[in-house]
Design a protein around this ligand. Structure first.
Ligand code: UDP
Length: 475
């Protein structure tokens, strides 16, 4: 008998850094804590310099493979939503994935396949290869619960979510007004809506669902979803699974050097994730609000959505803005704020920024990775949701967990005015309400640390999962 081969896991990430990062980090943990080797599978369509640098920074035991581009021109030409593109891309990539898994399975070491939220249709490729098929859900239990209940909600619902008189109540979760529910569900006649219902149905086929959340942040939902029940697979909260600060994040824009010169907890970090951008008018108001507040800030600026920059291109590679984004700032803004502010174009080493002693709060679009990164570093938030499930995350962070404030939204067009930005920034940096948030987020930060340490809930949950996979090595 030869030396035992390390068990191997293949993990498929949907396009977008917000998806690739947690999937790759899960792979890194499976290697570091459990001795697995892994292949992170991405799509050629999402190849970017930032992604390549990130994947290259993983340990040698975590390799990567890229699925060849599949034609999507028909959908792009028809103006398909991003959710439709991601779903069809996954479906059309099943043959290439099946071939890849067959290759990886040859030596008998492949013990599991894990796909992320848009990958439910790829689970059959693993089934065909005789490998257990799991999902890794990169958002929270509120969102997972919505997906699992969606086929039922779809059957029961009369009209659109936003027209419902009552908020949506999912077991153990904060009540969410219909208008704040997941953006692609806001038009029930759309393809994106149909795809989400389809995924909700297919999630039931998974052998288990790993979730990037932790018990202390969603205790009630976790207690409910951890109970096995007919109709939904076992749910494993194993988070936070977040990016390591040294993974391909250099300080090309000088953020860290600048933070080094600032007082402790004094800087508001402003970032809208890997693809989020504002309209030109909204960008002006944000600039005005920050300037009026007089607070220190570090702002990652993207070209405005109405500047002709393609938001879809931003999605696939947010580290580039088509135009030089700083030129869209109000005239004189950089000069007037240079004593207190730093503005960087397109991309910042976010985890390093959040971990810096000078960072005091984050104004965030509420992408779940950003939320977890903020919580893990004990940084309270200002919630400024833009798309996807960010509005429901904002409801949860503000109303239930109480680690975020929200600016007032005035006017039917959803515009946030400079004065209201100034108020929410000052309240966050400098008020009793801000202090209460800081206390709460510090408690959660401690809970993330103990949860991930030996004997903690997230650690035990991943162990449980891994024990099942390891059984296969010796079966
Ligand atoms: N990110 C970063 N620098 C940036 C913007 C984003 O490092 O300037 C990283 C961030 O740390 C997070 C991910 O990109 O890990 C964004 O994921 P999230 O779920 O917050 O939002 P999405 O980009 O999916 O909307």
């Amino acid at each position: 008998r030869g030396a035992a081969r390390a068990p191997h896991v293949a993990l498929l990430s949907s396009p977008g850094m917000g998806h690739v990062v947690p999937v790759a980090e899960l792979a890194r943990r499976l290697h570091a804590e459990h001795g697995f080797t892994a292949t992170v599978v991405t799509y050629a369509s999402s190849d970017s310099a930032a992604q390549r640098a990130f994947l290259a920074s993983l340990p040698p035991a975590v390799g990567s493979a890229s699925l060849p581009a599949v034609p999507l021109d028909d959908l792009v030409a028809a103006g398909a939503a991003i959710e439709t593109l991601l779903s069809v891309e996954a479906q059309r990539s099943v043959p290439a994935l099946a071939a890849l898994l067959a290759g990886l399975g040859k030596d008998g070491s492949l013990v599991a396949f894990v796909a992320d939220l848009f990958g439910a249709d790829t689970l059959r490729a693993a089934r065909d290869a005789g490998v257990p098929a799991y999902l890794f859900f990169p958002s929270n239990l509120l969102m997972l619960s919505l997906m699992l209940h969606l086929p039922r909600l779809d059957a029961e619902l009369d009209g659109e979510f936003r027209d419902q008189p009552e908020p949506v109540r999912l077991p153990g979760c904060v009540a969410v007004p219909g208008a704040d529910i997941l953006q692609p569900l806001q038009d029930r006649t759309s393809d994106a809506y149909c795809w989400m219902v389809h995924h909700g149905e297919r999630y039931r086929d998974a052998d288990g669902i790993l979730v990037n959340t932790f018990d202390a942040i969603e205790p009630n939902a976790s207690a409910i979803l951890r109970q096995p029940e007919p109709g939904h697979p076992p749910v494993y909260p194993v988070g936070p699974v977040i990016r390591q600060p040294d993974n391909g994040d250099d300080d090309a824009t000088g953020c860290i050097r600048w933070l080094d010169t600032q007082p402790d907890k004094s800087v508001l970090f402003v970032s809208f994730g890997s693809g989020g951008a504002l309209s030109a008018a909204q960008m002006d108001e944000l600039a005005r609000g920050l300037e009026l507040s007089g607070q220190r800030f570090l702002w990652v600026v993207r070209s405005p959505t109405d500047s002709g920059a393609d938001p879809g291109a931003n999605y696939y590679d947010g580290s580039k803005s088509k135009d030089y984004p700083l030129k869209f700032l109000p005239s004189g803004f950089l000069e007037r704020t240079k004593e207190v502010g730093l503005v960087v174009p397109s991309w910042a080493p976010q985890v390093r920024v959040l971990g810096h002693r000078a960072t005091g709060a984050m104004l965030t679009h509420c992408g779940w990775n950003s939320v977890l990164e903020s919580v893990m570093h004990g940084v309270p938030m200002i919630a400024w949701p833009l798309y996807a499930e960010q509005r429901q995350n904002a409801v949860m962070l503000h109303e239930e967990i109480k680690v975020a404030l929200r600016p007032k939204v005035r006017g039917a067009d959803g515009m946030i005015l400079g004065e209201d930005i100034t108020k929410v920034v000052n309240d966050t940096m400098n008020s009793e309400e801000g202090d209460a948030m800081r206390t709460k987020v510090t408690e959660l930060q401690k809970a993330t640390r103990s949860g991930l340490a030996a004997g903690g809930m997230s650690h035990k949950t991943l162990n449980e999962m891994v024990a099942k996979w390891k059984e296969r090595t010796f079966a």
